[in-house]
Design a protein. Structure first.
Length: 275
């Protein structure tokens, strides 16, 4: 991997992984386009790094801001090496509790937003002969649990898109990685939305999940940021990376259960196309 300064664009830099990642990349001597719906929140951080930092408004639900931000990046820096789709939020609700508007709004940010950013960036990445797209997913995009199915669905969609894009864009030298963080102290959990009205039928499940989350250990997000830095721009980065030992264990348990279920029902599966 080259030691030359690289150019990043990171969505959702106002807090959490986005802000920490932008700061660490700048500290390493890279150039970073820090973006947020309200770029004023990034001015103090950007001001510490002079011309290496570019502070831009970008709302992933507004395509015109995406196109404008990418245009400024290529105009200012001449290229884009690493694109990080970080913006997103959670929703805790049973499938029948969340409103259509609430569900669709989350998908707009968690899935369609990254899709629009990628589509807008691809002409420039192809023209320059490569780049690395990093999509911040979630352990909830590789596993799921009661009351987070809608959130997981948005992240499962992002995982599926990422895997397909990794193959689709390989001929152009563009690499794609989805990163699935576990529980980190980014403030994400405190911003999770909930159903406007909880149904009595799910009250016990909500209480159980609240207890689990209250007892959950949230790791230092700096470790996840270092994992992102370690794979960013690598010659052969992973297509999928799980961040956090507990998240790895959770995904391994799900995969083992899936393999066991496949084996149990193998005869029925095999017979399906034998008629």
């Amino acid at each position: 991997m080259a030691d030359a300064a690289r150019t990043w664009l990171i969505t959702g830099c106002s807090s959490g992984f986005g802000r920490l990642l932008a700061q660490r990349a700048l500290e390493r001597g890279d150039r970073v386009a820090l973006t947020a719906r309200n770029p004023a929140m990034l001015a103090a951080l950007a001001g510490q790094y002079g011309n290496a930092a570019l502070c831009l408004p970008l709302d992933v639900t507004r395509p015109e801001t995406i196109r404008s931000a990418l245009g400024e990046v290529f105009e200012r820096f001449g290229r884009l090496d690493i694109l990080v789709n970080n913006a997103g939020y959670g929703l805790q609700a049973a499938a029948e509790e969340a409103s259509d508007a609430q569900t669709r709004a989350m998908f707009e940010v968690n899935f369609f937003g990254p899709l629009d950013v990628i589509r807008a960036a691809l002409p420039g990445l192809r023209a320059q002969g490569g780049g690395h797209i990093i999509n911040i997913s979630s352990v909830g995009g590789r596993t799921t649990a009661p009351l987070i199915g809608l959130y997981s669905a948005s992240k499962f969609a992002l995982e599926g898109l990422s895997l397909s894009l990794a193959m689709e864009l390989a001929p152009f030298g563009i690499k794609v990685t989805s990163i699935a963080p576990g529980a980190f102290a980014t403030g994400f959990a405190g911003a999770v939305q909930s159903a406007g009205a909880k149904l009595d039928a799910y009250r016990q499940q909500h209480a159980m999940l609240d207890t689990i989350l209250a007892d959950l250990h949230f790791a230092d997000p700096a470790g996840c940021v270092e994992a992102i830095l370690a794979i960013a721009g690598a010659d052969e980065p992973p297509r999928q990376l799980i961040a956090g030992s507990h998240a790895v264990s959770a995904v391994e348990a799900v995969m083992a259960a899936q393999q066991a279920e496949i084996a149990k029902w193998r005869a029925v599966s095999d017979a399906a196309d034998q008629q």
